[in-house]
Ligand binder design. Structure first.
Ligand code: HEC
Length: 297
């Protein structure tokens, strides 16, 4: 800048490297000040964001389809040793509701007001925190708020989990999924097991009918007196015992003896069957077939 003086001399002040230039207030310049280095938000930038978003979403969907979430175990309403817990990312909210001044008659405070305020504040950040300064050290208030929220979430989650563990210990409960996991590992180490995390069907205690195609079943048993009491599927009926797996208990001679002489509350069956047209050989075959009915082949 030039300053005219009395004797018409012109003094020109030039920059002095020893004098620090006054720092300008940092205001980010408009994107148009960087032609070729920047772009408009709408539509260029947004379009790119959308593309990336779609790729991530599709990738995510593919993963979800490829690895379906395993079904949990069926709920057991009789299980009184069950402590209901939310998923880990909701533990802090869950813990919040355990405090007396946020539950019971104040429950609206704990369920709606405080979480509502927190999430509203999160939404309003761009409008509240308007300083152009980007460094978090230069924005103490929002930074402190964020750190406080994070600390609160971490603390509440930890307290909640700690409380849960104490409760388990005090009541001597092993959570069902952990108990099953241990069981599965034990089974795996014993050599058996499918290794899946689905519960295995309970082993069938009573065997199915062995040799169901045998004529002794279709032609004799079904026509004999036996079927009326012991059932077409050999399952018995109320107080009448089933005959599935009967071969584990008696051999063919013993069963023939039961047919001839009865057993306990069952009277002799031999004559009744002979008079119905079955032969002695039929009954021998039947006894032999029944002796083959073993629960453990
Ligand atoms: C009137 C009904 C009735 C008929 C018909 C009948 N049973 Fe029975 N059976 C029973 C009852 C009841 C028992 C249980 C007796 C007891 O243990 O007190 C039994 C028991 C048996 C048992 C021993 C079961 C066990 O677990 O110890 C055998 C084997 C048997 N029956 C075979 C036969 C055969 C074979 C026939 C056909 C030839 C037959 N029963 C017909 C009622 C019947």
């Amino acid at each position: 800048m030039a300053t005219p003086t009395g004797n018409a001399q012109t003094v020109v002040y030039v920059g002095d490297s020893r004098v620090a230039r006054p720092t300008k207030v940092h205001v980010p310049r408009d994107y148009m000040a960087y032609p070729g280095k920047s772009e408009t938000f709408i539509p260029n930038f947004l379009l790119k964001e959308w593309m990336v978003g779609s790729v991530v979403l599709v990738g995510f969907l593919v993963l979800v389809v490829m690895h379906p979430a395993p079904l949990g175990y069926p709920a057991d309403p009789t299980n009184s040793a069950f402590i209901p817990m939310p998923d880990w990312y909701f533990l802090f909210l869950y813990q919040l509701l355990k405090y007396p001044y946020l539950s019971e008659q104040f429950v609206v405070l704990g369920t709606v007001l405080i979480p509502g305020l927190a999430f509203t504040a999160l939404t309003l950040i761009p409008f509240l925190d308007r300083t152009p300064e980007r460094r978090f050290t230069k924005r103490p208030v929002p930074t402190m708020m964020m750190l406080l929220s994070l600390a609160a979430i971490v603390y509440l989650t930890w307290v909640s989990w700690d409380h849960y563990q104490h409760e388990l210990k005090a009541k001597n409960i092993i959570p069902e999924h952990i108990a099953r996991e241990q069981e599965m590992h034990a089974k795996k180490q014993a050599g058996g097991g499918t290794g899946g995390d689905q519960p295995e069907p309970a082993p069938v205690k009573v065997a199915a009918i062995v040799d169901a195609d045998d004529a002794a079943y279709k032609e004799v048993y079904m026509k004999a007196t036996c079927v009326q009491c012991h059932g077409a599927q050999l399952k018995g009926n109320g107080p009448i015992p089933g005959l599935l797996g009967i071969g584990d208990k008696y051999n063919a001679e013993q069963i023939m003896d039961i047919i001839r002489n009865g057993i306990g509350g069952m009277g002799a069956q031999y004559d009744a069957n002979i008079s119905m047209g079955l032969t002695d050989q039929n009954l021998e075959d039947l006894a032999a077939w029944l002796a083959k009915q073993k629960a453990t082949p």
